[in-house]
Design a protein around this ligand. Structure first.
Ligand SMILES: [Ca+2]
Length: 410
């Protein structure tokens, strides 16, 4: 097993040695502790609240022993945000500025695919996540989350359209859902989506950042700080929501701060989400219908000026505890479970793209608990925006700097 570790490291080094953009001074901190069995995070916490249970943060580090290679397929993207694997092995990628591109596995980048409407690229806003219709092979329909320019501000909306036969534009474009209320600001849009097995769409939203907006995460007549469940027409899915409490029928769960990572566990079918905390307190949650995930009443983080959030508490009856949290933050954006067989030890592991932390977190899970953590691609010094699995059993990751990586068997 030791020999394999050496090979894996050597392959990584071979690919990064030509990368002159690496800041060596930060390298050690970014990569973290690599002593087996020790947590990968070796820095002191920014906050340091006591976890609710053992294993809620800083679990033992693990290391992939199967050799794999890391390849930059292209660095010609402009602020890619969402990525979906097309049936033929290529990738549909959203760029924050408002258009899509298709990228082949050998790095050919298409011209802009036009047709999105009213995308406002400002701050964290723009064209965000993309999901293929479960019947994409026959209907060529795609769904995208975006920051929509509206009267008196903007908000997260979901667009739907058909990819034209020549792959140059979107046709029959419509907005099927609008997160309300509209607000003037440019932060915390959420914006990632995932289809359930029965063909409905889960959308993650954000609290819009400003302190006076936060209460919306707790309000069931506001779409901010929620997991939203709609059908392909943007309508609530009957009988599966919190509408009994007099709230909006499409609200699935609430009390979220800003969720950009959402994925179904391939075996248990549980819905997992990752959300940005404030200073410290980034969270991983298993989301269940009607439950309250606590923001801004409980948090493992602090305000950016180090004031406490609310009463400075981390637990309260009736509010769900995160499965795991990071302090200092991971800055978690998109995520995926590994379903492939190419790297067997990754099976059912969760991979989360880290922005400020400049790595992809690999988490080994057991019964809704994290039991191992690894940092991969930490030497690349990129802001990882999303990671998905391709059709060939490799992982594909996009970065704010414009790269598409392939991480997998040769
Ligand atoms: Ca929470």
């Amino acid at each position: 097993m030791f020999k394999f570790q050496i090979i894996a490291s050597t392959i990584l080094l071979a690919f990064t040695s030509c990368n002159s953009g690496i800041n060596d001074a930060n390298k050690e901190e970014a990569i973290g502790n690599e002593t087996p069995g020790q947590p990968v995070e070796s820095r002191p916490p920014d906050v340091g609240y006591k976890p609710a249970f053992q294993g809620q943060t800083r679990v033992a580090g693990v290391r992939t022993s199967t050799p794999y290679e890391t390849k930059v397929i292209t660095d010609n993207l402009t602020k890619p945000w969402g990525i979906a694997a097309l049936p033929d092995g290529r990738f549909l990628i959203s760029e924050k500025g408002g258009s899509f591109r298709i990228v082949s596995v050998n790095g050919q980048v298409s011209d802009k695919i036009t047709g999105t409407q009213n995308v406002e690229e400002k701050g964290q806003g723009g064209l965000l996540g993309v999901s293929l219709d479960p019947d994409f092979s026959t209907n060529r329909t795609i769904y995208w989350a975006f920051t929509e320019k509206r009267k008196n501000g903007n908000g997260t909306s979901v667009g739907k359209g058909v990819l034209s036969a020549d792959e140059r534009s979107l046709e029959n474009v419509q907005v099927i859902y609008r997160v309300m209320p509209t607000y003037e600001g440019n932060l915390h849009y959420g914006g990632r989506m995932v289809f359930s097995k029965d063909g409905n769409l889960f959308l993650a939203t954000g609290d819009r950042f400003k302190k006076e907006r936060r209460r919306h995460a707790q309000e069931l007549n506001s779409g901010l700080g929620k997991i939203i469940l709609i059908n392909k027409d943007g309508k609530p899915v009957g009988g599966t929501t919190t509408s009994g409490a007099g709230g909006n029928a499409e609200i699935y769960s609430y009390g979220h701060r800003n969720v950009q990572g959402i994925a179904f566990h391939p075996e248990t079918g549980d819905l997992w989400v990752a959300e940005f905390g404030p200073l410290g307190g980034d969270e991983l949650n298993v989301v269940e219908q009607g439950k309250n995930y606590g923001w801004p009443i409980i948090s493992y983080g602090l305000e950016y000026n180090s004031d406490t959030i609310g009463n400075g508490i981390t637990q309260q009856e009736g509010l769900e505890q995160p499965v795991y949290y990071w302090d200092p933050v991971l800055s978690p954006s998109g995520m995926t479970f590994y379903k492939g067989s190419a790297i067997p030890e990754w099976k059912n592991n969760l991979f989360i793209a880290g922005l400020n932390s400049h790595h992809i977190a690999r988490l080994v899970l057991e019964n809704r608990k994290v039991i191992g953590e690894e940092r991969i691609l930490a030497d690349q010094q990129q802001r990882f925006r999303h990671v998905i699995e391709g059709n060939d059993g490799a992982l594909f990751a996009i970065t704010d700097e414009g790269r598409l990586y392939r991480i997998g068997k040769k």
